[in-house]
Structure formats: structure tokens, C-alpha cells
Design a protein around this ligand. Structure first.
Ligand code: ADP
Length: 442
């Protein structure tokens, strides 16, 4: 893990925290809206049905009288004779007693300007028991009025002789709910903004102990590997002395043990060197010394180094590189880089496999391609293999010794040169590592 990963983790924590707050606020706003508006409307609905009942009791007789008085006359139509309408601007309630043929007989209203609209709405509507309709009337000036309507029919000898319609203006209540929701939305947006800041601050705090522990662990690895270097080199030289002086005298079993010790020591030294190298790269203690050098001799030398292991598996090397291919970079590091890739190409290759090394140059870059015919790398793991200590599918690579450090060093070297490294691979068919190193114009 490095700084970039700490930043990514912090970012993810902030995102998680903010998403939770967003979900919470959205649910809170939605629940508030539903609760408040249903509370308000249920109250209004009760009121409008109660009103329907009240007006029915009060004005039923008006309708009956009117009917009895008019039944022997020809209906003359409403004719706009609304002289029986009372006007109460302060009330939000209204009622109309309407005869079977649509004539207003009596009523009480607070907004005559929408009378026609209301009459249109209720025209032909035969309200069932406690039926309520909610309607919105648009006014000419762009405003709208929301109403709850109810009504009760009046019967005489089983024939409907008219209906008493009642209604309430609920525009103000709806307006209050709307304002409430807008205020809640604005508050929610402000809180979301604050939660981003808070989440970022809190995740920063949470990262501190992790970052400290990680730092201590890195220091420990650096110190331990440093401390182990001296005893290991003493072992190394002691083994060399024994080998020079005593090898002939050792029996077959002791010789086997001796060779195993040498192998293990070599592995340990490599691991310790790699760890030390990582520690130094973390501490930015590695400086590149760039120079021009010829690549073919370097590659020949590296192939020679890999040959003993490659021959055990009958692996062939093929190269495609111009003899005079020169490259600008830190020679030591580039040798280390190519060795890591070649070593892997041998390790993860199959019996009788092949390794191809191709180098070519364009105007700006040198491209080094190392392809093998080995076990390949599953697509989902290809992005991860360059991470420190990552080993693709342990069951596949268990047979091969390794610590998952090689490619992270390779990536560090390529990055330090301002280049790129990528992999193309198909499981079971092989892998190709492509390194691109920018070159100065010459
Ligand atoms: P190590 O080889 O020590 O495990 P590396 O960092 O060099 O560590 O490689 C990481 C992982 O990438 C390896 O464990 C292996 O699974 C996979 N890998 C690397 N090179 C190859 C290759 N040429 N073919 C198949 N798998 C590879």
C-alpha cells in the first residue's frame, strides 16, 4: 500500500459515508412528505364529508320545497339567477344546492370567479356515499386552486330531485406542504455538502492509525532486512570456504544437504535484497544514473543467467533485436527489469516452451517485448500482478518460488524512467509483457 492507495481508500470511505447520508436524507424527506401530506389531507377529507352531511341536513328541505313548487311548471333553466347565493370571502368552504336539471337553487361561496369551473366539474357527477374528488382549477393568472369536493343526492319517492355539493379550498394546505418539501430539499442539499466535508475529515482521521501502523511495519521490514544482510553474507562466505576446502570430503548425503543449504541461502538473499530495495524505493533513496548503452550484450548475458533453469524445462530463447540497438536509461535498473521479466517467463513457462525477446525503436520510445508460451494470467488478475506481494492464483503459482515482489519492482523501474509496462495474456497460451521506455531524440 502506498500514498495513492491511502488516498483511494479515503475517497472510498468518504463516498460510502456520503451515499449513506444521501439515502438517509432522501428517505427522511420522502417519509416526511408522505406523513405530513396524508395527515393534512385526511383531516380535510373528514371535514369535507362532515360538511356534506351538515349541508345536506340543513338544505335538503330547500330542495324539496323548490321541487314541489316547480314540478307543475315547465323548467325554465338556470338562466343565471344566482340571487340565492351567499358570498363569504373569509371562508374556505362552499356548497351548492343544485336541482336535477342543473339549476343552482341555493349556495354559499367564497370565490364566485371559479363558480363556472366548479359547476363544470360537478356537472353530471352523482356522488356515492362519502365519495371525495380532488380537483385543481387553473386560473387565468397562472395560479391554481386545489379543491376537495363531495356531495349528497336528495331523493323524493326514490327519484333524485337534486344534489347538494360541498367543497373545501385546500390550496393553502397544499402550498404549505410544498414549501415544507422545498425547505427539506434545500436543507438536505446543505447537509449532503456538509457530509462530504465531514466524511472526508473523518476518513482522514480513521486513516491515521492505519497509516502509522503501516509506516512502522515498513520500517520494521526495512530494518530487519538490513540487519539480516550481514549474517547472510557471513553464511555465504562461510559456505564458500567450506565448499573450497571440504567439498571432496563430504559424503553423498552431506553434499545434498550442502547444496540445498546453498539454494535456500540464495533464495533468502534474493528476498532480503528485494525487500531492501522496496524499502529504499519507498524512502525515495534510489537515484537513477542514466546513460547510453548497447542492449544486445545485456540481453545475451541475461539469457545466459536464465539458461540453467530454462534448460531443465527445455525452453528455447528467440531474440529479435538489432545488433546496434542502444538505449538511454539506468543500465543497472534496466538489467534488473529485464531479468525479472525473463525469470518469470522461465518460471511460468511449460515444458518445451519458448521465450521471445523483441526490441524495437520508434521516434520517441524503445519497446521491449518479452513473450512466453506458459500458463498465462487470467484477465481479472492482469491488473493486480504489478501490485506488491500479489501472486496470481496461488494454486497455479505455488509450485514456483516467489514472493510477488518482482513485478512491483519492474513497475517501479519503468515508472522511474517515465515509461509504461503492460501485459497481454491468455490463460494456458502464454503472456506478453510490453515495456515502453521514452528516449531522448538523438
Ligand atoms: P513472483 O513471481 O515472485 O510470484 P511477480 O511479482 O514477479 O512475483 O509476479 C506476480 C505474479 O504474476 C506471479 O505470482 C504470477 O502468478 C504472475 N506472473 C508473472 N509473470 C508471469 C508470466 N510470465 N506468466 C504467467 N504468470 C506470470
Amino acid at each position: 500500500m502506498n500514498d495513492k492507495m491511502f488516498k483511494q481508500t479515503r475517497f472510498r470511505l468518504t463516498l460510502l459515508f456520503t451515499s449513506l447520508i444521501v439515502v438517509f436524507l432522501i428517505s427522511f424527506t420522502a417519509v416526511s412528505y408522505i406523513v405530513v401530506s396524508s395527515l393534512i389531507t385526511s383531516k380535510q377529507k373528514q371535514q369535507v364529508t362532515a360538511l356534506a352531511e351538515e349541508e345536506y341536513m340543513e338544505h335538503k328541505s330547500d330542495l324539496l320545497n323548490w321541487h314541489n313548487h316547480h314540478q307543475n311548471h315547465l323548467d325554465k333553466g338556470a338562466n343565471g339567477q344566482h340571487h340565492l347565493l351567499d358570498y363569504h370571502p373569509e371562508r374556505q368552504l362552499f356548497y351548492y344546492v343544485i336541482s336535477r336539471n342543473g339549476e343552482i337553487i341555493k349556495g354559499d361561496e367564497s370565490f364566485p370567479e371559479i363558480r363556472e369551473n366548479i359547476l363544470q366539474l360537478i356537472n353530471g357527477w352523482n356522488p356515492k356515499n362519502k365519495e371525495i374528488r380532488r380537483e385543481t382549477i387553473k386560473l387565468g393568472n397562472g395560479e391554481s386552486i386545489s379543491l376537495l369536493l363531495s356531495g349528497k343526492p336528495v331523493f323524493q319517492n326514490n327519484t333524485r330531485i337534486g344534489t347538494i355539493y360541498t367543497g373545501i379550498n385546500i390550496t393553502t394546505q397544499i402550498y404549505i406542504v410544498k414549501v415544507l418539501i422545498s425547505v427539506l430539499c434545500v436543507i438536505s442539499i446543505i447537509f449532503i455538502g456538509l457530509s462530504v466535508l465531514l466524511g472526508y475529515y473523518m476518513s482522514g482521521k480513521a486513516m491515521v492509525p492505519i497509516a502509522n501502523a503501516f509506516q512502522r511495519q515498513k520500517e520494521f521490514v526495512a530494518n530487519a532486512s538490513h540487519e539480516l544482510r550481514t549474517p547472510l553474507s557471513i553464511f555465504q562466505s562461510s559456505l564458500e570456504v567450506i565448499e573450497a576446502d571440504e567439498r571432496d570430503k563430504l559424503g553423498e548425503f552431506s553434499l545434498q544437504v550442502f547444496d540445498d543449504m546453498k539454494d535456500e541461502l540464495r533464495r533468502m538473499t534474493k528476498l532480503i535484497n528485494d525487500l531492501l530495495w522496496l524499502a529504499r524505493s519507498d524512502a525515495n533513496a534510489i537515484e537513477l544514473t542514466k546513460e547510453w548503452f548497447l542492449l544486445p550484450p545485456v540481453i545475451d548475458e541475461l539469457i545466459r543467467k536464465c539458461r540453467p533453469l530454462a534448460e531443465q524445462k527445455h525452453i528455447k530463447f528467440v531474440t529479435n533485436i538489432q545488433k546496434d540497438m542502444a538505449i538511454y536509461g539506468d543500465k543497472e535498473r534496466i538489467i534488473q527489469l529485464i531479468f525479472i521479466l525473463l525469470d518469470n517467463a522461465v518460471k511460468y513457462n511449460t515444458e518445451n516452451g519458448q521465450i521471445k525477446i523483441a526490441v524495437e525503436r520508434d521516434r520517441k520510445n524503445v519497446n521491449i517485448e518479452i513473450s512466453d508460451t506458459g500458463i498465462g494470467i487470467p484477465v481479472e488478475q492482469q491488473a493486480l500482478i504489478f501490485e506488491r506481494f500479489y501472486r496470481a492464483d496461488p494454486s497455479r503459482s505455488r509450485k514456483q518460488q516467489g514472493n510477488g515482489i518482482g513485478l512491483s519492482i519492474a513497475k517501479w523501474i519503468v515508472d522511474a524512467h517515465g515509461g509504461t509496462i503492460r501485459v497481454q495474456s491468455e490463460e494456458g497460451k502464454g503472456s506478453r509483457f510490453i515495456v515502453t521506455l521514452p528516449q531522448p531524440a538523438n
